[in-house]
Write a protein that binds this ligand. Structure first.
Ligand code: 6PG
Length: 471
């Protein structure tokens, strides 16, 4: 192959990187790949046979076969590996070359890299990519952020490779600096919330109603045919049908109840706290991943606090219908929290995000894709500065229809002693958001009493301090 032939070079040929290279090549873009691991390089060369793809394990060769100005993308784990790739390639680069970080980098790291690379006249883009291995290969959702001119250079490649929904690409330039990585972080926070909610619904069906895996499969499958239709419900339905590949029985019953995490959900909660945006459901989901890790302690406590036996009264089918309503209600509140966080972050960090575009590119390819995102896109198309999704007329109608369901399910869960922190946090978020009065006046009074922190009054403007009478 000619020198300087490849339009993009990919560093990191793990499954995600490899699949994205093959996806780009399928759309007619010649792509070179580099990895220090020769087995990954060989895997790319054999999977890419007949395509405009070349895997190499010499950095010198890799750089020499890229078209100038060069475009180097990396798909490596967040943190130190990203800096290490940047340091490795930098000596070979020239002003005007472009580096793209396609991983789940923390947005503050992305901000730092913009400054460092900008000083060297190297362009940089932070692109959040969602959709797992399958998405990378056949159409992910991609969230680009950085200088608009830099994205202009590469947008045909990303548009061609992205998922498509109703003829529109699931990739759109989102904003300057770390906008893309920030949006991807919040995507993952929503992902955590939805996964926890679905797990709680599973717990209620399994321990509350004693349903079999076969029954669970059928319920989630039928839920996936209507308003709850989403990637996560679809894969959940399929999980219950997966036989154990080692022994007899179903795999789900052999998997340890300890969930791992790479941290993006936690980052979402952490930054929401910095921005002072309430994220009740997502916070609960992060806490439950942590709680799940305390397996030996939970086993010990289970012996100390025996469970009261409470059985559900009423019809099983009625419970399942209400659970479906509660799940949709809570899914809506989870997206509402994420969107409200993006609105606030956009102001704080000058991202200038268009929430309608964010919702639009999440409709396909990504982990949180769902029929509901069609409604969310419409809501933000109609009203781009919508302060909270819950008050959109269409969405509020759906919420009102199901507020009895979420109350019913939460009460039943309390009686059953089945923990539903994400369901109850979703209800608490809704109840507090729609409460014109909250008992924060008492908090203000306490603060003023013990620390002279002052308070505001309902009937006069200004700040006040009182000498409180105390015995
Ligand atoms: C995606 C996912 C992906 C993430 C995994 C694991 O959008 O494709 O969000 O980026 O790495 O979901 O995340 P945790 O390890 O934090 O669960």
């Amino acid at each position: 192959m000619d020198n300087s032939f490849y339009e993009l070079g990919m560093v990191g040929l793990g499954v995600m990187g490899r699949n994205l290279v093959l996806n780009f090549a399928d759309h007619g873009f010649p792509v070179a790949g580099f990895d220090k691991d020769t087995t990954k390089v060989s895997a790319l060369n054999s999977e890419g046979e007949g395509k405009k793809v070349k895997g190499v394990n010499s950095l010198n060769e890799f750089i020499s076969i890229l078209k100038k100005p060069r475009v180097i993308m990396m798909l490596v784990p967040a943190g130190a590996p990203v800096d290490s790739v940047i340091n490795d390639v930098l000596p070979f680069l020239e002003p005007g070359d472009l580096i793209i970080d396609g991983g789940n980098s923390h947005f503050t790291d992305t901000n730092k890299r913009f400054i460092e690379l900008g000083n060297k006249k190297i362009h940089f883009l932070g692109i959040g990519i969602s959709g797992g291995e399958h998405g990378a290969r056949f159409g992910p959702s991609m969230m680009p952020g950085g200088p608009a001119e830099a994205y202009e250079r590469v947008h045909p490649i990303f548009e061609a490779a992205s998922a498509k929904v109703k003829g529109s690409n699931c990739v759109e330039y989102l904003g300057p600096g770390s906008a893309g990585h920030y949006v991807k972080m919040v995507h993952n926070g929503i992902e955590y919330g939805l996964m926890q909610l679905i797990s709680e619904s599973y717990d209620l069906l399994k321990r509350g109603l004693n349903l079999s895996n076969d029954e669970l499969h059928k319920i989630y499958q039928s839920w996936n045919e209507a308003e709850l239709q989403s990637f996560l419900i679809e894969i959940t339905a399929n999980i219950f049908m997966q036989p154990d590949d080692k022994k007899s029985g179903m795999l789900i019953d052999k998997i340890l109840d300890k969930a791992k995490q790479k941290g993006t959900g936690k980052w979402t909660s952490q930054d929401a706290m910095n921005l002072q945006v309430p994220l009740n459901t997502i916070d609960a989901a992060v806490a439950m991943r942590d709680m799940s890790a305390y397996k030996p302690e939970r086993e010990n406590a289970a012996k100390i606090f025996s469970k009261t036996s409470f059985s559900l009264s009423g019809h099983k089918n009625d419970f399942i219908t209400r659970l479906r309503g509660a799940l949709y209600f809570s899914m809506i509140t989870t997206y509402a929290q994420g969107m409200a966080m993006l609105l606030s972050a956009s102001k704080e960090y000058d991202y200038n995000l268009k929430l309608q575009d964010v919702a639009r590119i999440w409709r396909g390819g990504c982990i949180i894709r769902a029929a509901l995102l069609e409604e969310i896109t419409k809501a933000f198309d109609k009203s781009p500065g919508l302060s909270n999704l819950l008050i959109d007329p269409g969405i509020s109608t759906e919420i009102k229809k199901r507020s009895n369901d979420i109350r019913f399910i939460t009460k039943a869960a309390i009686d059953l002693e089945i923990p539903v922190p994400a369901f109850s946090a979703s209800l608490a978020y809704f109840d507090s958001y729609k409460s014109a009065w909250l008992p924060a006046n008492l908090v203000q009074a306490q603060r003023d009493l013990f620390g002279a922190h002052t308070y505001e009054r309902v009937d006069e403007v200004g700040v006040y301090h009182t000498q409180w009478n105390q015995k």
